[in-house]
Design a protein around this ligand. Structure first.
Ligand SMILES: Nc1ncnc2c1ncn2[C@@H]1O[C@H](COP(=O)(O)OP(=O)(O)OP(=O)(O)O)[C@@H](O)[C@H]1O
Ligand SMILES: [Mg+2]
Length: 452
């Protein structure tokens, strides 16, 4: 992946992380504000309960003093029992605020004072009621103290309201800032992702183009290699054909010219020998020697011609030619050569015959040169709808790398011959023991070439 694409990916991941962090911070602040709100409302609720408790005490005392009915004293007694517990609640709720603690301490002392004054007015008014006597001065004093208490409560309420308002504003501001930032990071992230998408698409397109170009170059190269291989195969097959034709032409030429010349010389020398007078012993001896050498030369000519183009092959068939070559091989090398062939193969296509013969020839040469074998066996048979030749030795075996030696042409030539015939060729190790098996097979796809 190119560097700029990686950088863009890293940037978008970083933006997403920033966005998530802001969200977490914002949620934390909101939870915090919510707790503050709840506490402020709780304080307000407590303050208002406290206020109603003390107001109820005051009204109860007044009701009693004005009417003389003891039923009015009920809320007064309730207030006497509960005002301290309400203050304790407030104290706990504002435990972390020193100013509030001070206010609550003031509330406590003023409320205690006001309550004891209320109590005193009740005890100092033995006959309350519309026609009775009431402690008016004490009641006014108590009311004045209660007013101070109410003043503190009102101030505390107002302060809590102000605090709630400030918190509301703060939350709103936080929300706006966080929302703005989240919107901004989202917009930037989306823009980055769009850019990234474009970059990736371009990257994929570029890669596809490069891959296509490489594929085309490869294809062109393959085609070139195939064409060259076909040309080389054609050339090598042409060379094999030309070489066979040339050898056959040379053999014919040698046979016709050298052969007839040697025969003529032989006839003339014999004629001279018959007419030589008595007493020319030395001339006779020389003539004898010349005739012997002539015989050897005729034999040599025969061998050379056989090597070039085995006459047996054309006249007596592949089996005979192979048998004779086998015999010659044993004579030359001393290695026993067994030929396993059930028929003459004299009706085989001449092109097949020469191909099989040359393969047997090269294999026997290789065995003599490389195998260090103790015996050789040649099997020629019709098998699997074709003709199969196998040359088997029990020598050292052929190493894998030996078959691709640059200066070795025997194996390459054998393989080419089989390819030319549409056949198969292989050199392999036997399943058991050591040695080498050279195997050549030509399928009888051309029915005219084989008479089964
Ligand atoms: N029957 C065999 N036993 C052991 N090794 C063999 C046998 N036949 C071939 N080889 C090995 O395979 C190699 C290739 O054989 P190939 O006939 O192609 O070349 P060559 O005989 O070395 O040379 P050339 O045939 O060109 O004169 C040989 O050099 C030899 O090492
Ligand atoms: Mg060879």
């Amino acid at each position: 992946m190119p560097l700029h694409v990686r950088i863009v990916i890293v940037i978008s991941i970083a933006l997403l992380v920033v966005n998530a962090t802001l969200l977490i911070i914002n949620v934390g602040a909101t939870i915090d504000s919510h707790a503050q709100y709840a506490r402020s409302y709780e304080i307000k609720r407590s303050l208002s309960t406290f206020q109603s408790v003390i107001t109820a005490a005051e009204s109860g005392q007044r009701g009693y003093l004005l009417t003389g009915q003891t039923g009015y004293l009920e809320p007064y007694y309730v207030a006497m029992r509960s005002w301290r517990s309400e203050l304790e609640r407030l104290r706990t709720l504002t435990a972390d605020n020193a100013a509030r603690q001070k206010d609550i301490a003031d509330l406590e002392s003023f409320t205690a004072a006001a309550i004891s004054r209320l109590k005193a007015t009740i005890s100092r008014s033995p006959q309350p009621g519309p026609n009775g006597t009431a402690d008016v001065a004490g009641t006014e004093q108590a009311t004045a103290t209660m007013d101070r208490v109410r003043g503190i409560v009102d101030r505390m309420m107002a302060e809590e309201d102000a605090r709630i308002e400030a918190q509301r504003r703060e939350v709103l501001r936080d929300l706006l800032v966080a929302g703005g930032l989240a919107l901004l990071t989202t917009v930037v992230t989306v823009a980055v992702l769009i850019g990234l998408n474009k970059l990736l698409r371009k990257y994929v397109r570029d890669r596809e183009t490069a891959e296509n170009a490489m594929l085309q170059a490869n294809q062109a190269l393959n085609e070139q290699v195939e064409q060259r291989t076909a040309e080389l195969t054609e050339l090598s097959q042409h060379l094999i054909r030309v070489s066979e034709e040339e050898k056959a032409r040379l053999a014919r030429e040698l046979h016709d010219t050298l052969g007839s010349n040697l025969t003529a010389i032989n006839m003339d020398l014999n004629w001279i020998q018959r007419r030589l007078p008595e007493g020319v012993r030395e001339v006779k001896e020389r003539l004898q020697r010349a005739l012997k050498m002539l015989g050897e030369t005729v034999e040599l000519k025969h061998e050379v011609i056989e090597g070039l183009r085995p006459s047996h092959l054309d006249n007596l068939g592949l089996a005979f030619a192979m048998r004779s070559h086998c015999r010659e091989f044993t004579r030359r090398t001393g290695l026993p050569c067994e030929l396993d062939v059930q028929e003459d193969f004299d009706d085989l296509d001449p092109a097949w015959s020469i191909a099989f013969y040359r393969i047997a020839q090269e294999s026997l040469t290789n065995i003599a040169k490389h195998a260090q074998a103790s015996k050789v066996r040649i099997v020629l048979a019709r098998e699997d709808g074709g003709v199969r030749l196998r040359i088997i030795d029990d020598g050292v075996g052929v190493a894998e790398e030996a078959l691709s030696k640059p200066k070795s042409h025997g194996v390459v030539g054998m393989r080419e011959r089989m390819r030319q015939m549409g056949g198969r060729f292989q050199i392999r190790k036997p399943e058991e023991g050591t040695g080498t098996i050279v195997e050549a097979f030509i399928p009888a796809t051309n029915a005219a070439a084989l008479s089964a």
